[in-house]
Design a protein around this ligand. Structure first.
Ligand code: NAD
Length: 442
């Protein structure tokens, strides 16, 4: 049954510009993937926006349209891309170097298209990403000037590409670990700090500021603070722009957010979880720097505690030893291997072990997330939603939440939240899974 309370959603007319900070493995796998899909050469596997169905009404109603036919999302054919990167390689060269996609099958046939995507000079500072050196960088007398140049890039792209709307997704490197400070508390303090080249203002924050000032939604795929700051949250609310992050939930953490809820559902105890990875791409190289790794580590460690609630279940989860390692190992390239050793205990405290060995492909898992975030952030904007988009927690390792709320990490709760939000937007009933009406006849 359709309710009468759906949101007013502006139609997805015209083109949607997707601007990416970073034109590395994830970005090029995303862009090349979309183009292959548009040309009918591949399927958008892993993308909810393109593949999932959504049940509406009772099970017996048998209504389950595809998500993209249910909500007015931008069509893939209307996406136009731009990117910033301190490394001047065009999207074709960057994709070949990243070595994720099979060159002859997925890159050569779209070579011209990819070569046309050349990175704009980045707002970049090696202090924040120690293992990179960039030549394609903006110059300015202070950080505020760099932010103004980013704003000008956004406006210029909107005009030159003739796009109606824009979204920005941070797919650039993980920056060194920072904590929120005085410069991040208000717009006035932030702008002053930019002018003074304050070290607490990382380049990713300049992109976030530029996006919000230009009324462009911003999603953060790395664990940097970026939009997870009081100043950005307030700015997003004031300017009615959606924001969200942080850190794409792809391989090992996705598995964790499935397994940990299963242990908790069965009331099985956990004494330790040791996770290690070998990874040989540029991201792995950047994360080899202890300061960038610290940012990633924080993002990867948080979820077990939130899912398992040791304060509620001290006998089961009060003494969990949780360790995460990432080891840079070039021979594997983007094909990461993530091992998990999980020590659980059951009835009367008897120990058991689970071993997970996930031979995944990092960017293959991340690319559809970039697509979904771009489309859903654009949808949110057209639906008049602003500030933190908690319903998109599904895609993030450490989901941003309103102050005072704990993040929801369980993948299936996140999925229910996402689909229920789409139902709510369209004025459809929420699915409660009660189902008593099938058994209690009137
Ligand atoms: N692939 C995954 O599964 C996954 C999962 C979660 C998060 N991430 C994050 O996504 C990001 C991208 O991953 P990747 O594998 O594509 O890495 P990558 O190293 O291949 O690409 C990142 C690109 O960002 C560029 N860059 C660095 N600083 C920049 C700046 N200030 N402005 C613009 N560009 C900048 C780099 O030059 C590089 O080309 C990383 O932060 C990574 O931690 C990836």
């Amino acid at each position: 049954m359709r309710q009468q309370t759906g949101r007013d959603i502006a139609p997805a007319t015209g083109k949607l510009g997707v601007m990416l900070a970073g034109l590395g493995a994830v970005s090029t796998t995303f862009i090349a993937g979309v183009e292959n899909v548009r040309r009918g050469r591949a399927l958008p596997i892993g993308s909810l926006s393109q593949m999932t169905t959504i049940r509406l009404g009772k099970r017996t109603d048998k209504r389950a349209p595809k998500g993209k036919d249910f909500v007015p999302l931008a069509d893939l054919k209307n996406l136009v891309f731009a990117a910033w990167d301190p490394i001047p390689d065009d999207a074709y060269t960057a994709a070949v170097k990243a070595g994720v996609l099979e060159r002859h099958e997925h890159l050569e046939p779209i070579k011209d298209f990819l070569q046309n995507i050349k990175p704009l000079p980045a707002a970049f500072d090696q202090y924040y990403v120690k293992r990179l050196q960039g030549t394609n960088v903006k110059r300015g007398k202070n950080k505020r000037e760099l932010a103004e140049q980013l704003r000008a890039d956004i406006r210029a792209f909107q005009k030159s590409a003739g796009v109606d709307r824009l979204v920005i997704v941070w797919c650039a490197s993980t920056e060194v670990f920072l904590t929120p400070g005085p410069a991040h508390q208000s717009l006035a303090a932030f702008e002053k700090a930019m002018e003074q080249n304050d070290q607490s203002i990382a380049p990713s924050m300049l992109y976030a500021y530029a996006a919000l000032m230009e009324n462009v939604p911003f999603a953060n795929g790395a664990p940097n603070l970026t939009v997870d700051l009081p100043v950005m949250e307030r700015l997003a609310e004031e300017r009615k722009v959606p924001i969200g992050g942080k850190d794409f939930k792809t391989g090992q953490t996705m598995m964790k957010s499935v397994l940990a809820p299963a242990f908790k559902a069965r009331m099985l105890g956990l004494s330790g979880w040791y996770s290690t990875n070998i990874l040989g791409n540029r991201d792995g190289e950047v994360l080899d720097d202890p300061e960038s790794f610290k940012t990633k580590e924080e993002s990867k460690l948080g979820l077990l505690e939130h899912i398992l609630q040791p304060e509620v279940y001290p006998e089961l989860y009060g003494k969990v030893f949780h360790k995460v390692r990432i080891n840079y190992y070039p021979p594997r390239g983007d094909n990461k291997e993530g091992w998990d050793n999980i020590d659980i205990f059951g009835w009367l405290g008897y120990p058991m072990q689970i071993k997970v060995d996930f031979l995944c492909r990092d960017s293959i898992l991340a690319a559809p997330i970039v697509l979904d975030l771009a489309l859903f952030f654009d949808l949110a904007h057209r639906a008049g939603l602003s500030g933190i988009q908690e319903w998109l927690s599904f895609y993030f390792k450490s989901p941003q939440t309103a102050p005072g709320l704990y993040p929801e990490h369980d993948l299936f709760i996140q999925q229910t939240k996402l689909k229920n939000t789409l139902r709510w937007m369209m004025g459809e009933e929420q699915i409660t899974h009660l189902g008593i009406e099938y058994y209690e006849k009137a």
